[in-house]
Design a protein around this ligand. Sequence first.
Ligand code: ZN
Ligand code: ZN
Ligand code: ZN
Length: 375
Amino acid sequence: MTGSTRAPFTADDYRDRMDRAARAAADAGLAGLLVAPGPDMVWLTGYAPTAVTERLTLLVLVQGRAPVLVVPTLEAPDAAQAAGAPALALRDWTDGKDPYAATAALLAGTGRFGISDNAWAMHLLGLQRALPGTDYASLTDALPMLRAVKDLAELELMAAAGAAADATFEEIRKVPFAGRRESDVGGDLADLLRQFGHSQVDFTIVASGPNGANPHHEVGGRVIERGDMVVLDFGGLKDGYGSDTSRTVHVGDPTDEERRVHDVVREAQEAGFRAVRPGVACQEVDRAARAVIAEAGYGEYFIHRTGHGIGVTTHEPPYMIEGERQPLVPGMCFSVEPGIYLPGRFGVRIEDIVTVTEDGGRRLNDTDREMVIVD
Ligand code: ZN
Ligand code: ZN
Ligand code: ZN
């Protein structure tokens, strides 16, 4: 949840998003959308309940009807304060009543509804009981690009989050690494992200030496040594929008092999970035980065997709992966983050958030992509 974070959007902005979402749902053959608390609800209404409980809270969007937020009575005063509240009707229900029957009455007949990926199973089961004959698709499956194209105000917030992550890197490269635990440097990263305006820290990966060969190693108790490569990958939310960047630093002088592997990843990241332009399929960004690594002989050690979308969450569609034919559209934001992972030895990953422009791509992270030497 984004908690008290408030992005600078008005009720009109949220009304427009809800209209577009309902229209997109109808165009996709859906009877409507059922949106649970979480990123979709934040993006559509600005409402983030302080506590998500077993009580049903659900935004119902059906084209041609006013949006309705089904909300527990005790939460209704908070919901009424949300920036998007003037654009929707609140329908509260009190403990002891059946919220599913009340929701069923709002849905125009039966059909197929898109429902938030993170809706609780108990709520979906309740709706299925109350509305036999309806069918459901996950919102990510049904409308994967719903939040993918950012408007100008969103792009400014994305750029500010990226700049805060870059400022974090500029500070972390000055701290001592050798002799400290990964978790100590991870703590520094979290402190810096907050100092530079993040309200939420999602991950602070400090993967030293052999731990670097595991792409999602977070932080552990390992003491960093001279001679270690250290993958740093960190991000979170600032003013409701995400940051996510990686740089791989070296403690002291690197070996020729370490330098070569780092160079290959840097060239792969550059190739992925240069592939970005409107109309190009997402998979082409992956192919461009992967080709550089494969040609250098490290293909089997690049063990994940090249990138993921980012916005009000730090991982979302579109995905830069083989098989994803979705064309890039100006305003999309995603990571370009190739890596090479040598089991038992070390790993290298370099990651920038990139946004699609009319004639190419623009990086939202711009710290040194050459190998930075730390102490
Ligand atoms: Zn080394
Ligand atoms: Zn990352
Ligand atoms: Zn990432």
